[in-house]
Ligand binder design. Structure first.
Ligand code: TYD
Length: 223
């Protein structure tokens, strides 16, 4: 059976991941690819139940270790129930955040032990490493502004948005460090400027990666 392709979108708050995922999905569907859009935390019924606990801040008093375990539990369910079956049937999976968010938010700015984080990642991902990770890179202040504009006046910031600018800046650096350490998996996308310009950068990166994959014999098959 042909294998699909697993693409994750990473980056700080307000980088435009969800808008760009929708646009890429449309573009790929127009080319007759089977596309699955999903997100973390969440993406499967079990993981969506855990999402609420994490984003409401209900787990925050129990510390970053507890949060990291919950993100890992949600990820494991999402991988086994949704992502792996979709890739096995030949779909292109577009996932809004994945393991690099845990490395950055829980590992780096959560201050958790690196060996603990690696062990959790191994269990949660269980070999389902992304074929391509797009790191949407944006000035942290600009990202927070965009996130608060998107939210509107009524809703307050969520558990992670409310943290200080300095923390968001450390996260940006941490995502860039992952990209530098794993250049074969990661592409840094300049997420500044208008939506169309960012979309064009993403389209170039994704179609280049799909072509490389086709050349290497694994197929994400247009239906
Ligand atoms: P969400 O509302 O989906 O925000 P965004 O549009 O920024 O993706 O909230 C997800 C939040 O959860 C986000 O602030 C990052 C955080 N997060 C982690 O801390 N660790 C993780 O492993 C994941 C997947 C997300």
């Amino acid at each position: 059976m042909a294998n699909g392709f697993f693409i994750t979108f990473e980056g700080g708050e307000g980088a435009g991941k969800s808008t760009q995922i929708k646009r890429l999905a449309q573009r790929l569907r127009a080319k007759k690819y089977d596309v699955l859009e999903t997100r973390e935390p969440g993406g499967s019924p079990g993981a969506e139940a855990v999402r609420h606990v994490l984003l409401s801040g209900a787990a925050e008093p129990f510390g970053p270790g507890m949060e990291a375990l919950l993100f890992a539990a949600a990820r494991s369910d999402h991988v086994e129930q949704v992502i792996r079956p979709a890739v096995a049937r030949g779909a292109i999976v577009l996932c809004d955040r994945f393991m690099d968010s845990s490395r950055v938010y829980q590992g780096v700015t959560g201050g958790l032990d690196a060996a603990f984080m690696r062990a959790l990642e191994r269990v949660a991902v269980n070999g389902m490493v992304p074929d391509l990770t797009l790191i949407l890179d944006l000035d942290a202040e600009e990202g927070l502004k965009r996130a608060s504009a998107r939210r509107g006046a009524d809703d307050g910031p969520d558990r992670y948005e409310k943290e200080t600018l300095a923390i968001h800046q450390r996260r940006r650096e941490a995502f860039l460090a992952i990209a530098a350490a794993e250049p074969e998996r990661c592409a840094v996308i300049d997420a500044s400027g208008d939506t169309e310009a960012v979309e064009a950068r993403i389209t170039t990166a994704v179609f280049a990666a799909l072509e490389t994959k086709l050349r290497n014999g694994r197929q994400a098959t247009p239906a």
